[in-house]
Design a protein around this ligand. Sequence first.
Ligand SMILES: Cc1ncc(COP(=O)(O)O)c(C=O)c1O
Length: 364
Amino acid sequence: MPESKPNESKSSFNPEPWIRPNIRTLNPYHAARDDFHEGVLLDANENSFGPAIPTDLPLHRYPETRLNDLRRKWAGFRGIRMEHVFVGVGSDEAIDLLMRIFCEPGRDEIIITPPTYGMYKVAARINNVGVAEAALSKNFELDARAVLSRVTKNTKMIMLCSPNNPTANVLNQVEIERILKDFDRLVVVDEAYVDFSDSGSLCHLMETCPNLVILQTLSKSFGLAAIRMGAALAHPIVIEWMMKVKAPYNVNRLTADAAMLAFDHVDKMREKVRQIITERNRLASALAKHPDVQTIFPSDANFLLVRIRGAQHWYRRLAERGVIVRYRGDQLHCEDTLRITVGTTPENDQLISELYDSKNAPDH
Ligand SMILES: Cc1ncc(COP(=O)(O)O)c(C=O)c1O
């Protein structure tokens, strides 16, 4: 059985026995910039003559390693403390790091709840970590009992995604809390789409559920997918292990600057989220009247999962017409579905008009 019970009390939380032995004994790389940021900097073999591109930015210097200012801003935005924040190259870096720290290759496993975001399984396979599946119900609801029944002595993490990709719904918080309470190791809740949902983040559980790890990203609501910036929000001990194992300069200077700026413009993000939700509702109403559309699943995200007769046909035909959506009919409980990201008004109009153009219809 697990060596310690994280929920027995806040102060007794000790994830260290779950950490892989080679990581536990790791002597982390000590970067030059950890010690000095100013003065005559001749300690990191940088190019003292500056960047070889026209720029006013000091791009010849290695970036910060701990990014405390950015972590503080992220924490302030979510109402937690900086010590709870790890920032990295998208949330994908955090997923990979957690596996490398906590899962012994060839022995340990994670639990995922299909249909869900594909990276959990891919990251597990890359790290030679086993994957057990506890499916969501046909209505895409989380069943804590089903998840907990898959736990073995080698289960190190349970990966939940809320709002879930590709199903777009928020998972029931009571079920999530039950898993947090009854599972002795890490419960990861991916909140990539949280700002599109009325339910809000689970950050408020951070102090009482030390085994909770929340993943967030600037790729969705903040519209900054290109900069590759994500975070893991977790107990400070977990965060410190992530800091030790990450590449020393994982976040580049340009990304860090853009991310800092993002938190100075949260009102802009909120405005875009409002626009996307308005368009999501308009798109859903237009799709609902289409003769082939059978179900539009409720969405708490910036996309719709749509069950449509001839989904394969529609996927291909739309692509031929220059409108690219994602076929998700190969995923559990998602037969005949397309996942459609909410576009701008003209983009959605184009999608709608192609769907209603009789020349594009399948021969049923
Ligand atoms: C649930 C979920 N988590 C994470 C990501 C990726 O986040 P990032 O761009 O921060 O790596 C996605 C992207 O589609 C996603 O759907």
